[in-house]
Design a protein around this ligand. Structure first.
Ligand code: GLV
Length: 318
């Protein structure tokens, strides 16, 4: 008999077809964002859940899941939406989708850097209002070539971004839990602490995972470490930023511009960002290319299948 799997959000057609071949799949054809209660109800009788970052699967939810659930396969590299320890206690394997989204996310990180440095949001707004004219000092921005890029979190995405940014002539600095090998560093300079990294970051790219340690790592105090007129970008998770402090820093021009793809409590977004002309903001598009989303869902399907068939998985995170 086919295994029963709950797929919490709509996937691309080819991925859903594959899921249907493999399993008795409960699809979400209307792509509704399920409440915690609905997720618990729909998971009754299922062997696994293919979840997305839009579901908060906390301890309470995990405890209420039926005992038939063996695996939660997250359709994302980040898994901060799932209480992986609570899952472990209940013998539920949690998996993620690393690697396949590295290049797409690094490209969005580059777009945020370019958009924030070159005032793209303001430019687009002028063009749409048809009220601009060229002049020598119109929308003067900051040049990437020759400026210093600080990368917070030099994992796969941070390293891919470093490669791209070097092509733009940026000097790369980074902070990571551990120093990389010379080969992986490719000339980037390691910093022992945040203050040291931030103080040389003309542009900062946040690429680290959301953990208790990185929560609100950008705050009133750490913003003071940056050179005046620095640019802050984030492709990781909104949890890393104290939004009130960053908006204030934008208002008082300590920070020149920001580029954000992720937000605390998204899809809600701090009102302060909406009112700032120097905020280049995107709706969590990091992995949003057809190839990447297809590969991610394929990997999430493989992960889930592997756990159901073998009890193991290389992409297990708990
Ligand atoms: C996207 O944000 C992911 O974690 O995959």
């Amino acid at each position: 008999m086919k295994k029963k799997v709950l797929i919490t959000r709509k996937l691309l057609r080819s991925n859903e077809d594959r899921a249907n071949e493999l399993w008795d799949a409960k699809l979400n054809l209307n792509d509704e964002v399920y409440s915690q209660q609905k997720l618990i109800e729909l998971s009754q009788g299922c062997d696994g859940i293919l979840s997305s970052l839009t579901e908060k699967i906390d301890e309470k939810v995990i405890k209420s899941l039926p005992s038939t659930i063996k695996v939660i396969s997250n359709f994302a590299v980040g898994f901060g939406n799932i209480d992986i320890e609570a899952a472990k206690k209940k013998n539920i394997v949690v998996t993620n989708t690393p690697d396949v989204l590295t290049d797409a996310t690094a490209e969005i990180a580059m777009l945020l850097i370019l958009g924030a440095c070159r005032r793209a949001a303001e430019g687009i707004s002028y063009v749409k209002k048809e009220n601009w004219k060229w002049s020598a000092d119109f929308l003067i921005g900051k040049q990437l070539n020759g400026s210093r890029l600080g990368i917070l979190g030099m994992g796969r995405i941070g390293q891919a971004l470093a490669k791209l940014a070097k092509v733009f002539g940026m000097e790369i600095h980074y902070r990571n839990r551990s120093k990389l090998s010379k080969e992986k560093e490719m000339g980037a300079k390691y910093h022992e602490n945040l203050q040291s990294l931030f103080s040389v970051s003309d542009v900062l790219a946040i690429c680290c995972p959301a953990t208790n340690e990185t929560k609100n790592i950008i705050n009133k105090e750490t913003l003071e470490y940056f050179p005046t007129g620095a640019i802050i970008t984030n492709v990781a998770r909104g949890d890393m930023i104290d939004d009130d402090a960053l908006v204030q820093a934008l208002v008082n021009r300590k920070i020149y511009a920001i580029g954000l793809d992720v937000y605390k409590g998204e899809p809600k977004i701090h009102n302060g960002y909406l009112n700032q002309p120097n905020a280049f903001i995107l709706p969590h598009l990091g992995s949003a290319t057809k190839k990447t989303r297809t590969d991610m869902a394929d990997l999430a399907i493989n992960n889930l299948n592997e756990v159901l068939n073998t009890g193991k998985c290389t992409n297990r995170v708990n």
